[in-house]
Design a protein around this ligand. Structure first.
Ligand SMILES: Nc1ncnc2c1ncn2[C@@H]1O[C@H](COP(=O)(O)OP(=O)(O)OP(=O)(O)O)[C@@H](O)[C@H]1O
Length: 265
């Protein structure tokens, strides 16, 4: 809220994201089957699942690309179907596909996006300075986006998602296609922003090494939630040695450096 007080819906006990008994099918193919989980406020929650688990479908529902027809989704207590404006105002998204306009400058990309959320250009410039305070990218704002590397483009997309001070940010496999150094840099940047801004993050990934023991994790496989909770609790519940081991026990999939794979007989 403008005056800094919390509305009832944003009281600390209300989850940043609550997904309740959501199902979604493409024709005969069921992509999500009775999926429920929550993302507590201020948490970094990893949505872990192999290709085809249903992560992108879930993101399409939370961003209202698709209508929620079965079940309900609440963002900070606001029902996505009942109060979509209030819910989406509190949401920032980094999609899997690149979405910057390469022919615009970096600052134009950010300022135009902020304008869509009602932020004037001057306020947007201040906000960019805040988010990029310690990044070398702040010296390159006038350059065309096409001059940036893949990792830098992703960083700017993350800045863009934070511009309007959302309370929940969804990132759909944001490090796909990046080298190890860029991956680590992006992850560290998002973790810093979670800490500094108290924002909640749902980070979809198929890479076990992106998960920290202090995170929460949701294991999604074949459209169903197999486990949810703080990493140590999920590991202990499976009597596993690590989150990778727990994942294998929960899904029958093996874990490799490049991602998660079906165990071949
Ligand atoms: N437009 C579509 N039409 C038909 N089936 C689809 C469509 N999009 C996704 N699916 C199917 O729905 C299931 C879930 O796919 P989804 O893309 O949500 O998974 P994902 O976990 O995001 O995987 P990936 O990382 O590969 O995108 C898969 O079986 C997929 O083949």
């Amino acid at each position: 809220m403008q005056d800094g007080t919390l509305s009832h819906a944003e009281a600390p006990g209300i989850p940043a994201l609550a997904v309740e008994r959501v199902s979604h099918s493409y024709g005969q193919r069921k992509a999500l089957d009775d999926v429920s989980f929550s993302v507590p406020q201020g948490s970094f929650t990893a949505l872990l699942g192999p290709n085809g688990a249903g992560k992108s479908t879930l993101f399409s529902l939370v961003t209202r690309l698709f209508n929620v027809r079965h079940g309900a989704i609440h963002i900070l207590g606001f029902d996505l179907n009942g109060e979509p404006g209030e819910a989406l105002r509190r949401l920032g998204v980094v999609f899997q596909a690149r979405t910057l306009d390469l022919d615009l400058s970096i600052s134009q990309n950010l300022i135009y996006h902020a304008a869509l959320h009602g932020l004037p250009a001057s306020a947007a410039r201040t906000r960019i300075g805040e988010i990029l305070a310690t990044s070398e990218l702040r010296t390159r704002l006038k350059e065309k986006a096409r001059n940036l590397s893949g990792g830098q483009l992703r960083s700017i997309e993350i800045v863009r998602a934070f511009m309007h001070r959302p309370r929940l940010i969804l990132l759909d496999e944001p490090t796909v296609g990046l080298d190890i150094r860029s991956r680590a840099a992006i992850l560290a940047e998002v973790r810093r922003l979670v800490k500094e801004e108290g924002v909640s993050v749902l980070w979809a990934t198929h890479l076990i090494d992106e998960i920290d023991p202090a995170d929460r994790v949701i294991v999604l496989h074949q459209g169903t939630v197999r486990a949810e909770g703080p990493v140590p609790e999920v590991v202990a519940a499976e009597r596993a040695k690590s989150i990778g081991d727990a994942f294998t026990r929960l899904t029958g999939l093996s874990v490799r450096a490049e991602g998660l794979e079906e165990v071949r007989p």
